[in-house]
Design a protein around this ligand. Structure first.
Ligand code: ZN
Length: 268
């Protein structure tokens, strides 16, 4: 094969693979309407002055825009352990729709115990949290606790970064509500956070009966306790008149966490 044809062939195959990848991403996006809507909700909530927009795409270079900082959302590989994260490079958000949906359904599906929550709103909170990592310049914190919990109550730098990214998400939601133009998505996301707190506390009280200490501890050294994180976000979001009550919920949780110790069998 002479060189020009070889180069053309290489370009052709490169283009085809890009098209296939883009097509796959588009179909995943289409099949996961909740994810598409979560992106719309996040974009609607993000402060326009930040100039940041999320875009579902396989082609990071195509996301470049002169006026806006586009953050591409790409798909994780099927083998990826994590459901949503910003890689070390801090240039995109990677999602694993199947894993993410399973996780969200677990906490958001209505049953005798739980309130039904539209998963797109909690997914939007997670996307805003990931934007927080990019804005704060601390990408690379993966997952939300691993499959093999390593229970602890230690304060780590990584956990501090998680709280800061949560704070960013909550402040974006709060700001759009306070603008006073009755941002529909802002309100619904804020309500979803409160309902999520309710579901987490119900799960803690019922599902973990008999082994309560572990639900108050952190499941990894990178991420704080999920319920504590949402209690703090709820406290950021509630109206002034409810601040005292929501702070009391945090205090109660911390008190229980303080005294929650694993049961140690003692021989007489
Ligand atoms: Zn994080």
């Amino acid at each position: 094969m002479n060189p020009p044809i070889f180069i053309l062939a290489a370009l052709f195959f490169f283009d085809i693979s890009m098209i296939e990848e883009n097509h796959f991403i588009k179909s995943e996006f289409k099949n996961n309407k909740w994810l598409k809507e979560a992106v719309l909700i996040s974009n609607d909530i993000l402060d326009p002055d930040l100039g940041i927009k999320l875009k579902f795409t396989a082609d990071i270079s195509a996301a470049k825009n002169q006026h806006l900082k586009i953050i591409p959302i790409t798909l994780a590989s099927q083998k990826d352990d994590y459901m949503i994260y910003v890689p070390e490079e801090g240039d995109k958000i990677v999602v694993h729709p199947k894993k993410l949906k399973k996780y969200l359904d677990f906490y958001c599906k209505e049953d005798q115990l739980q309130l039904g929550i539209e998963i797109k709103y909690i997914c939007a909170v997670m996307l805003l949290h990931e934007v927080g990592h990019i804005v704060n310049g601390d990408p690379g914190s993966f997952g939300l606790g691993g499959p093999n919990p390593d229970f602890n109550r230690e304060d780590t730098e990584a956990k501090k970064r998680e709280f800061l990214a949560d704070k960013f998400a909550a402040q974006q939601i709060k700001a759009v509500i306070e603008k006073g133009d009755e941002n529909f998505f802002g309100w619904n996301t804020s309500i979803a956070v409160s309902n999520f707190v309710w579901n987490l506390s119900k799960k803690r009280m019922i599902d973990n009966f008999g082994e309560t200490w572990s639900v108050f501890w952190d499941q990894s050294y990178s991420h704080p306790n999920l319920e504590l994180r949402f209690l703090i976000m709820q406290n950021e979001l509630v109206d002034e008149s409810l601040k005292e009550d929501s702070q009391e919920l945090i205090n109660q949780f911390l008190k229980s966490r303080e005294s929650a110790e694993p049961y140690i069998y003692r021989k007489n």
